[in-house]
Ligand binder design. Structure first.
Ligand SMILES: *Cc1c(COP(=O)(O)O)cnc(C)c1O
Length: 379
């Protein structure tokens, strides 16, 4: 079925094909060339990340992180159950045991206050997911990491251009706070390259090894910089870097980052203004923002009071040719993990699985279309 208003529509700034053509015809098509370096330098400079390495997906960036912190079979990793499978898979692949945390009552993000009780001598890492680009309480998470000697890997897949203001009053970009952070440029995110991602390496102890793992376990990058006189196999690794064609696409997006973000924020505000009275009346909650967080307008979601209300709204929209979607079936109840989960109930996670609804959100939406969506919902 094709929809009059789809859920997502990848936005092209206009320069993508031009830069891809340039990448192809200058003859450097594999990874780590001009466009990769442009993108990495831009993101590092703009957001204060440590070393930036483009990857073929956020999933890959998370897998690199799991290798970097040396996850061993039996190590425990704490993360929300309300997240995408890649957050967990990256650690499962190295034999980790996932300890799922519940979501907050006021937001689908991980309930930070529940983390400390989940820490055991086997805990190796905490993986906060900045759901909808809204920051987790990073001061609290980093202080737990300090106290128990854990690594923090931010799943910042949805969190480009979003910030956290800590107790010190400093505004820090999401992805610049944890030891490592993973971003996604999948076509459903704010800034896209089809499939794509990035690992931000903020802790200097990981910087040299990250580059080696990225380049199939070789010291090829150091060789091309002239730091070593031959290159060879020095560690485990895989092929995590994207081709220049993908990086060229991404560069066209990054050049237009401010425009993209401004447009999405406008859409978000139109949704919020249109829906707030109605939502209040219908006992539907609209996304709130903790005082320490900013909104990067990655998504506009509502939380219905129950499953039947959500189903009714989806159906109404569908009849008008509008696609709204829900997501994240709780990972702790998934066919793959339910027998491995420790049995704790995670009621907030289940609540969001049943009640959260995402509305269309993409650059080319018009105010008129958003009004059509909201009026249809409120009919
Ligand atoms: C999109 C997403 C991912 C996966 O990103 P890919 O680039 O598709 O691998 C991981 N975690 C979260 C929270 C996401 O939203």
């Amino acid at each position: 079925m094709s929809y009059q208003i789809p859920f997502n529509k990848p936005y092209l700034t206009g320069k993508e094909a031009h830069y891809m053509y340039d990448a192809v015809y200058t003859g450097k098509i594999s990874g780590n060339g001009k466009y990769t370096q442009l993108c990495q330098a831009f993101l590092k400079e703009r957001y204060g990340f440590g070393k930036c390495l483009l990857t073929t997906s956020c999933t890959d960036a998370l897998e690199m992180a799991a290798i970097l912190i040396n996850i061993q079979p039996g190590d425990e990793v704490i993360m929300p159950s309300y997240t995408f499978v890649s957050t967990a898979n990256a650690f499962i692949l190295r034999g980790a045991v996932i300890v799922f945390a519940d979501s907050r009552k006021d937001h689908p993000g991980m309930d930070e206050s529940s983390i400390e009780k989940l820490i055991t001598p086997k805990t190796k890492a905490i993986v906060p997911v900045h759901y909808a680009g809204v920051a987790c309480d990073m001061d609290l998470i980093m202080s737990l990491a300090d106290k128990y000697n854990l690594f923090v890997i931010e799943d910042a897949a949805q969190a480009i251009d979003s910030f956290y203001t800590g107790k010190d009053g400093k505004k820090k970009a999401l992805g610049s706070i944890g030891h490592l952070a993973a971003f996604s440029f999948h076509e459903t995110k704010n800034i896209i390259s089809g499939e794509g991602g990035m690992l931000a390496v903020n802790d200097p102890q990981f910087m040299a090894r990250a580059e080696i793992i990225w380049e199939k376990g070789t010291n090829r990058s150091a060789f091309f910089r002239g730091e070593v006189d031959k290159y060879g196999w020095v560690d485990m690794g895989s092929s995590f870097l994207p081709s220049e064609i993908v990086a060229a696409f991404l560069w066209a997006q990054l050049e237009n980052l401010d425009d993209i973000q401004k447009k999405r924020a406008e859409h978000w505000n139109v949704y919020h203004n249109q829906l707030k009275e109605w939502a209040n009346k219908e006992k539907i909650s609209l996304p709130g923002l903790p005082g320490f967080a900013t909104n990067n307008a990655h998504m506009f979601f509502i939380v219905c009071s129950d499953l039947s209300q959500r189903t009714a709204i989806i159906d109404k929209l569908k009849q008008s040719g509008i696609l709204a979607v829900f997501h994240y079936l709780s990972l702790h109840n998934s066919p793959f993990y339910k027998d491995k989960h420790d049995g704790r109930e995670l009621p907030q996670t289940d609540h969001y699985s049943d009640c959260l609804l995402r509305l269309p959100m993409y650059y080319e939406l018009t105010t008129k279309q958003i009004e059509l969506i909201t009026n249809t919902m409120m009919k």
